[in-house]
Design a protein around this ligand. Structure first.
Ligand code: GAL
Length: 686
């Protein structure tokens, strides 16, 4: 049975993550009082505490959380209860080592870390089902509980699984998908390098091979298989919880991680999706700083856009409140004064109606003594708790924004097949990574926000038709169904923009013997006669787009045009100077633009201009590039979020009167936002 999302917060809510098992019981009541006094009304607990409930195999003790939950009821604190399966107890992994996940070379991940189990071990499935059932049965009706979190960060730490149970389950998955070895051999192109399989037992999840030269078609199915395995495990827990939980309580889990179809997870298992947001990863202290490009922490909006596509009104289960790192790694420095609020407002601006700070107090033991919480080890009031209190005051003024929809100018289209192909194909990865980042940067700098749409089996043209323009940057894998869906979008009047490298593979990742862009050619009217990565030995490639010079970076489709197709731009240099670089074809009421390279912030701006969707909030505000501008809309009311990611004061101009939600005051004209400052205006109807 498919489960449909049915939970939405009714007012803006603030929470934190708390670990009663980490602290002396005497601290519990004062902690809860201090939280409530700061505005925290919900806590997430228990997600690693398997031993507190099942200290020995088959022995269940409920007193610990009974006592804590009763105290919560007394104090009127609400609780999200986490199932503990991210950290199996030592008694379990010692007795049943087959539950452990393994490295690709077969070495097992031993007890002591977390997420070291595999989803396909029948024993782990059984023991997980039992602990979840015991907890849900015992605590399910507790009045303090308002929601359940499944496991913790499914597919975090690692999203690859190489245990023996995984190989066994992979064979079952493939038998179901292909039926015969003949079909599998064909789909995987096993004729290459003599890989032909003559018995199912010869097939494994990917193993160590020389130079990582693994079969890409096998790999693609492997990622689909991991997603499937995780979803089955998650669904098993969700169904157990649903038997016992109160009807009004929600089921969630905290993402967002790789190699899983998060959209199916939301649909099949959850009532609401939650995300863990740590923007200061962008300032990683022991990383290659090249990864921290100009947008730094603002880049978390890119992830939040994606979360919104999974679940429009989501929550943040873990919102960064302090410096982060483990004893083994260094991440970002402490949030600067104002940054804690800025990052939390970044989440609210993108659609979060619940903000839960990680964590109440920094742990004094273990690997995470540097993953700082609101309070520090000394437990005294500090600037962070003062900021949390202040954030709460602001958040409460945003109750009318709760449930409001984000306003997007265009959609960025993705799909999981291409996403997983990117993992196995370095050529595909190079163009996609460049384009994804640059489309985001262009959207941010030009205040032209987008929504993300994942094409799914049940996607309909209506999902796309809500947007006048869609970018589907490099749909390398293409199916007839998807090509038909895009065609109906265009027929109905949409503008579809694709980049280079479209349509040259089938859904198994095999290259098709068709002129590129393959199945999309009918729509694009373009014909790729030659193609190449741009050469580092040559000047950057440019094209003439209606008299204006634009960049054609990284990879170039060199095109002819079919009938009724316009050439919008021609290459200016390299051996293909004079050839078509960008084409446009009208179909039905709409059009398709084939942009023959990867996207850059500069060429995307040109395309946003060309399609007439640049700066949709321009009538309301004039803001510098360094400021983020986002709109949420509720029942005709428009709320403009203005967020300053810079360490200096900035100036914007509000062109129409807006009520500053934090104070109720109506303002217009020049306004100043302090370093890391935020403001939310309700645009006054004239
Ligand atoms: C999150 C996780 C938390 C905490 C934090 C620091 O990914 O859910 O439990 O571990 O990271 O690693």
């Amino acid at each position: 049975m498919n489960h449909k999302q049915n939970y939405q917060w009714q007012k803006m809510t603030m929470g934190t993550c708390y670990y009663p098992e980490h602290w002396n019981k005497e601290l519990w009541p004062q902690d809860l009082d201090r939280m409530l006094e700061a505005g925290i009304t919900v806590i997430r607990i228990a997600e690693f505490a398997w031993n507190k409930v099942e200290p020995e195999e088959g022995v269940f003790t409920f007193d610990f959380f009974d006592e804590f939950l009763d105290l919560c009821s007394k104090k009127e604190m609400k609780v999200i209860f986490g199932t503990p399966t991210a950290t199996p107890p030592a008694w379990l992994t010692e007795k049943y080592p087959e539950v452990l996940n393994a490295r690709k070379d077969g070495v097992l991940y031993r007890h002591g870390g977390r997420r070291h189990y595999n989803y396909n071990s029948p024993i782990y499935q059984k023991l997980s089902a039992r602990i979840v059932e015991k907890e849900a049965e015992h605590y399910g009706k507790h009045p303090a509980i308002v929601g359940w979190q499944i496991d913790n960060e499914l597919n975090c730490e690692t999203c690859e699984f190489y245990s023996e149970s995984d190989s066994e389950a992979f064979r079952v998955f493939l038998q179901k998908k292909y039926g015969t070895l003949e079909k599998l051999n064909e789909a995987w192109g096993t004729i290459f390098w003599n890989q032909t399989y003559t018995d199912w037992e010869q097939i494994y999840v990917p193993r160590t091979v020389l130079n990582e030269g693994i079969n890409p078609h096998q790999h693609l199915d492997y990622y689909r298989f991991i997603s499937d395995s995780m979803l089955r495990y998650c669904k098993m827990q969700a169904e157990i919880i649903r038997k016992y939980k109160k009807p009004e309580d929600f089921v969630t889990t905290n993402g967002m991680f790789w190699n899983v179809d998060n959209h199916r997870m939301e649909k099949d298992c959850l009532d609401v999706y939650t995300y863990d947001s740590y923007p200061s990863f962008a300032f990683g202290l022991d990383r290659n700083l090249e990864t921290a490009d100009d947008l730094n922490d603002r880049k978390w909006t890119m992830h939040l856009n994606e979360v919104r596509s999974i679940c429009p009104h989501f929550g943040i289960m873990e919102q960064q409140s302090g410096a982060n790192g483990w004893t083994t790694r260094m991440e970002g420095p402490a949030p600067r004064p104002g940054q804690l609020t800025l990052w939390a407002m970044q989440s609210v601006a993108q659609g979060a109606d619940y903000i839960s700070f990680f964590r109440w107090r920094t742990c004094t033991v273990g690997t995470e003594i540097y993953w700082h919480g609101i309070l520090d080890y000394d437990n005294r009031d500090n600037r962070k708790i003062a900021e949390v209190r202040d954030f709460y005051k602001k958040l409460k003024t945003l109750d009318p924004v709760c449930g409001a929809k984000n306003v997007a100018a265009f959609a960025l289209v993705k799909d999981y097949d291409n996403e997983w192909d990117i993992e196995v194909d370095a050529w595909h990865q190079r163009v996609w990574k460049a384009s994804e980042k640059e489309i985001f940067v262009a959207s941010e700098l030009n205040h032209t926000p987008y929504d993300v749409i994942y094409l799914q089996e049940d996607s309909e043209v209506e999902d796309l038709a809500a947007y006048p323009v869609i970018f589907y940057p490099h749909p390398t894998l293409m199916s007839e169904e998807r090509a038909a869906l895009l065609k109906s979008y265009v027929d109905r009047g949409g503008a579809l923009i694709i980049g280079c490298r479209a349509g040259y593979k089938d859904m198994n990742g095999r290259c098709v013997m068709l002129p590129q862009p393959g199945l999309l050619q009918e729509l694009t009217g373009s014909d790729v006669r030659d193609f190449t990565f741009t050469s580092p030995a040559e000047e950057p490639v440019l094209a003439d787009f209606g008299g204006e010079r634009i960049e054609m970076p990284l990879f170039n489709d060199i095109m002819d045009t079919l009938e009724d197709t316009k050439v919008l731009a021609v290459y200016e240099n390299s051996y293909y100077a004079g050839k078509a670089a960008v084409t446009e074809k009208q179909t039905g009421k709409g059009r398709t633009i084939h942009f023959g390279s990867t996207f850059s912030r500069e060429n995307v701006k040109k395309l946003l201009e060309y399609t007439g969707i640049l700066e949709p909030f321009g009538e309301f505000i004039e803001a510098p590039e360094t400021v983020q501008v986002v709109m949420r809309e509720n029942g005709g009311k428009r709320y403009l979020f203005v967020l300053n990611f810079q360490a200096e004061e900035v100036e914007c101009v509000l062109k129409k009167p807006g009520k500053l939600m934090y104070t109720g005051e109506t303002v217009e004209g020049t306004l100043r936002l302090p370093a890391f400052g935020t403001a939310v205006y309700e645009m006054v109807e004239e």
